[in-house]
Design a protein around this ligand. Structure first.
Ligand code: M6R
Length: 609
């Protein structure tokens, strides 16, 4: 949600800023801008509405050799996407880029209007004017002015600020929006996401909430807002350049779908013992005794992460009748007055590890004394750092806004956590073993499915791209899978897709069936297969345009299309079915000629409420 970059050193700042912004474009892409300063503090500020390519074109006509600057790619919160609202914002001699939301901006704006003529609709310009107000045209050090201003702010921020009066220094601060400082040779880089730093340096300092850093080419000085010095921990960025490139695919989304055999293998590495038929998750940091004592598991996530949690909950509750599972949407849960039973643990699920709603729940649950366990992808992210323990899913950077490989690995990691509890509670190994076997087979099964069905699904997508509405149906574990399929389709193809439990059809959704809709029905050959068949019949009888996805070789109803899945899995087939949904959403979107990786109105990492 918005991307920030900054550079101070000896090289060309514009070059790093534009390459960094391109890497962060997935975080927000409605407008962008940079400001660079020459040695005398003369500024060049360039902004553009729309994709970074527009800004790049402007820069190529305004090349500068300046070696300090800051940049921003925006996902609009306050004010429409436009050049006027694009960052950097200016007040007097300072420029600012901001990620987050200033909640009390209205009150502050009214007070500052006497001193500053506002030219944008943003909350960020208010913060710029406030810092400028304390800066007193350079009478006061910039860092102090930033601190004074931040003490009056309610909300979230990751910011970078420069001044024409000191073209050697960038001041950055964070509260609720990530900021990473990259340490190079004679240069210092900043970014809201370490991916912008890859290829420039591997040494990084992750700023914590409430910290402010004064940065020059050769120094980084960090303090808290209360002026307490902070000794920074320099960490190593392990990701390689290849992980953030398309690697021959047309889109990141297809790359990430096709990567799943390997990304899931990474999730499982060292965590499955096929001889003993057990799982070993070290990260949660729970002793045998603590695992045994668990009575209630809350699973917190948003969007795809929630769907993965819901899916895992259907499995975990099968493992032992000694615990209850409560999957919750973080955006709702954070404002509920939910009673947390004794002996609860919370799984905090997030690909990015930065989702504001999920983070708020984590902090709230921790403050109630609940043990929190992260199911996170982004290493070093805020959630990963704040949980009591956790299991990284290790799927590598997920760049396409639509989450795919993270879903599969989140679901499997949580199922493994459930098995870990079951083992500790003394559930017989003969019960656990088939799940362990299925998990171990999954990467290979995913590979087979992706190889064998890609062309079939591409053809199917051509047939259904004309529809404006879709209904996804599934029962039991296939219901969360249907939810995830519908989310994927709607967010990238803009087809209005909703999911229902197949058994709920007759309670309302059946009224929708007409020629404007198609129905995507997940039909695993499980204990509810015959009952689900009735659901298919009900839609068929009303003239539905049905696609059935099934692993049953018996299925023979005269629906429009059937996708047969050949698999050796006994228990985890719905996870495989989700890959069909992923490919289907991808191919419909490409067939419609839409932007697959950066769908309209969305951003990858939702760090605002
Ligand atoms: O980074 P997170 O996993 O916390 O993100 C949660 C959701 O914002 C995310 O899954 C979103 O729903 C995706 N765009 C879905 O594809």
């Amino acid at each position: 949600m918005c991307g920030i970059v900054g550079y101070v050193g000896e090289k060309n700042a514009q070059d790093f800023l534009i390459s960094g912004l391109k890497r962060l474009e997935y975080r927000g892409y409605d407008s962008s801008g940079i400001v660079t300063l020459d040695k005398n503090g003369k500024t060049t500020c360039l902004k553009s509405k729309g994709k970074i390519a527009g800004l790049e074109a402007k820069i190529s006509k305004n090349k500068r050799s300046d070696s300090i600057g800051i940049g921003h790619t925006r996902w609009a919160t306050h004010g429409e996407p436009s050049e006027r609202n694009a960052h950097p914002h200016r007040s007097g001699k300072i420029y600012l880029v901001h990620n987050g939301i200033i909640e009390n901006y209205k009150v502050l704006k009214t007070k500052l209007e006497k001193f500053h003529k506002f030219t944008s609709d943003t909350d960020s310009e208010v913060l710029t004017a406030l810092i400028d107000h304390f800066y007193l045209d350079g009478e006061y050090p910039l860092t102090n002015a930033v601190v004074q201003a931040l003490k009056l702010i309610h909300g979230t921020y990751g910011i970078a600020v420069v001044s024409e009066l000191n073209p050697n220094e960038i001041v950055v601060a964070r509260s609720g929006s990530p900021l990473v400082i990259g340490i190079g040779h004679g240069e210092t880089l900043i970014a809201s996401d370490a991916s912008a730093l890859i290829g420039h340096t591997r040494k990084a300092i992750y700023l914590n909430d409430g910290e402010v850093a004064t940065i020059t080419a050769k120094s980084v000085e960090i303090k808290t807002l209360d002026s307490q010095p902070v000794s920074a921990k320099v960490e190593t960025i392990k990701t390689d350049l290849t992980a953030i490139q398309k690697g021959g695919y047309d889109h990141f989304l297809l790359k990430e779908i096709m990567e799943q055999p390997t990304s899931l293998t990474e999730t499982l590495r060292g965590r499955i013992d096929l001889n003993e038929k057990t799982v070993h998750l070290g990260g949660p940091n729970l002793s045998e005794k603590e695992l045994k004592a668990i009575k209630h598991v809350i699973i917190v996530g948003c969007g795809t992460a929630y769907n993965a949690g819901l899916l895992a909950s259907y499995y975990i509750e099968q493992f032992t009748n000694d615990i209850t599972i409560e999957p919750v949407m973080a955006s709702e849960y954070r404002y509920r007055h939910a009673h947390v039973p004794d002996h609860s643990v919370a799984l905090i699920v997030s690909q990015s590890g930065e989702t504001a709603d999920t983070l708020a729940c984590l902090r709230d649950l921790k403050s109630q004394g609940v043990k929190t366990i992260g199911i996170v992808n982004a290493i070093g992210s805020t959630i990963a750092r704040e949980v009591d323990g956790g299991t990284y899913i290790h799927v590598g950077p997920e760049i396409s806004v639509a989450s795919t490989k993270a879903f599969t690995s989140q679901a499997v990691a949580m199922i493994m956590f459930g098995l870990t509890i079951a083992e500790a509670k003394g559930i017989k190994n003969s019960f656990i073993a088939p799940y362990v076997d299925d998990i171990a087979k999954l990467p290979n099964e995913i590979d087979n499915l992706l190889q064998s069905l890609q062309e079939t699904i591409k053809t199917l997508a051509e047939q259904y791209k004309k529809y404006d509405h879709a209904i996804y149906l599934g029962r039991d574990v296939a219901y969360p899978t249907a939810l995830e399929g519908a989310l994927k389709l709607k967010e990238i193809s803009y087809i209005d897709a909703n999911a229902y439990p197949t058994g709920e059809l007759k309670h309302g959704p059946l009224a929708l069936i007409d020629d404007r809709f198609f129905e995507f029905i997940l039909l695993p050959e499980d204990g509810l297969y015959d009952k689900s068949i009735s659901g298919v019949q009900e839609v068929l009888a009303r003239g539905g345009h049905i696609i059935v996805v099934t692993d049953s070789t018996d299925f023979s109803l005269p629906v429009e299309n059937t996708v047969f899945i050949t698999t050796k899995l006994k228990l985890l087939t719905p996870i495989l079915m989700n890959l069909v949904s992923q490919l289907f959403a991808y191919y419909i979107t490409t067939a419609k000629g839409l932007n697959v990786d950066q769908p309209r109105n969305l951003a990858k990492s939702v760090t605002v409420e």
